[in-house]
Design a binder for this molecule. Sequence first.
Ligand code: ADP
Length: 385
Amino acid sequence: MDSMSLGSGSIRIGVIGGGQLARMMVPPAIHLGLRISVLAEAEGSSAARAADAVGDYRDPDTVYAFAETVDVVTFDHEHVPQPILRELEHRGVAVHPRPEALQYAQDKILMREKLGELGVPIPDWAAVSDEEELQSFIAEHGGRAVVKTARGGYDGKGVRVVADSAEVRDWFTALAEDGHGGRLLVEELVDFTRELSQLVARRPSGETRTWPVVETIQENGVCAEVLAPAPVENPATLEEAARIGVAVADGVGVTGVLAVEMFETRDGRVLVNELAMRPHNSGHFSIEGSVTSQFEQHLRAVADLPLGDTAMTAPAAVMVNVLGGPEEGPMPVRYAEVLAEHPRAKIHSYDKQPRPGRKVGHVTVTGEDPGEVRAEARAAAAMFR
Ligand code: ADP
């Protein structure tokens, strides 16, 4: 025990993964007096300033050695293999979210099965082993469907809209070569009017807190903007989205922050698309837009500390992502100009090498008028392009 601390200073949190999510956990850890360390993939990754360990999260001994230096292990991504996670728990390490919950964010087929069991509304889906099975699903669903790899996808990289099973022949071939009998997930192509996200934080004791439901706007499968709170088109739909978010958090037994991504359909239904068990792009607005940010809340939750207030600090918050430009290499960043022209905008740089389409930062603006706030966030973010 460190007798100088206010009380939390002796809790050591270890984050596996060195991306921007780990990086954004560092400031609130400092404010709360928690100790944080990061197991980053490589020197120079986004969270590297905080990374006092660099190593491969797929290597069991690297992870076990890292875990010995902390009180609780949590994550910046969902890729740590289940056998390593289960062994950590077997060794008495506190792992949050726990492997039983995390598996539903690691494997989209398991996720669909679990949500089905929980009675949560989801798109029509099937797990298919070959082109023939896929072709019949497509035929039964109006000639088009969405195919997804069960594991490893992000930012739309494992998602294809297809009319013919041959369009994912390469994925079937890769699964066959893998030899694990893997299957692809196929879903109906949902006719949605917009996408919503509900963030929920949950402690091991079961205490949960939610933020307002937000609207997320994607371009080319990547999140471009987040509007908080989601503009009210139909209050009942937003209530339903919030109810579903909490039902999923309790149903999968998540600990830490959970993002439940949903579709609002033309006929007024809410369907769950995706789960992420960590802070999420749809919650970045909360750094300035909420009394307690998703990053602070995640730390509180995984350390089993009481959760903070999630009320908005202003009527509206809009977050706009900054993506790497069309060419490899540094972007022509007019940094001082952005700061000068948009003093109200909060600029976040992840210190990442820009690659085309890669998320390298974001901008948040908060204020009274949603339209004005959005225009300013867009204008500031556009100056990085
Ligand atoms: P990732 O894990 O790569 O983020 P998602 O499953 O979230 O992949 O899909 C990425 C995007 O593709 C979604 O945000 C949505 O815009 C679109 N999408 C995914 N599934 C469907 C579906 N069943 N119907 C229509 N669009 C979909």
